[in-house]
Design a protein. Structure first.
Length: 91
């Protein structure tokens, strides 16, 4: 992670067991508690923002996107053979 001057403070209240778990995870990741928590929070924030990202398409673009989804699946004999084969632990 690139060193960036941090100028904002975030206060967080956690139970003792939550803090211990997070501290243990930070040690396992070979980082300090602040860096670990900030990275985890930023990753969760990115996921939340991506989950709410809207894609706007006109009707032509929408039809273009749906065409492969609506098309009948191609027959693939190699895939069919693989799917019909028993897994080694099933024999």
């Amino acid at each position: 992670m690139t060193a960036i001057a941090r100028r904002a403070t975030i206060t967080l209240h956690a139970s003792v067991s939550q803090r211990r778990m997070i501290e243990r995870a930070a040690r396992t990741a070979c980082t300090n508690l602040s860096d670990f928590m900030l990275e985890a929070a930023c990753e969760k924030a990115r996921q939340a923002l991506l989950d709410h990202t809207a894609v706007v398409l006109d009707s032509t673009q929408f039809k273009h996107v749906l065409a492969p989804v609506d098309a009948p699946a191609e027959q693939d004999s190699t895939l069919r053979t693989l799917l019909l084969r028993h897994a080694p632990w099933e024999i």
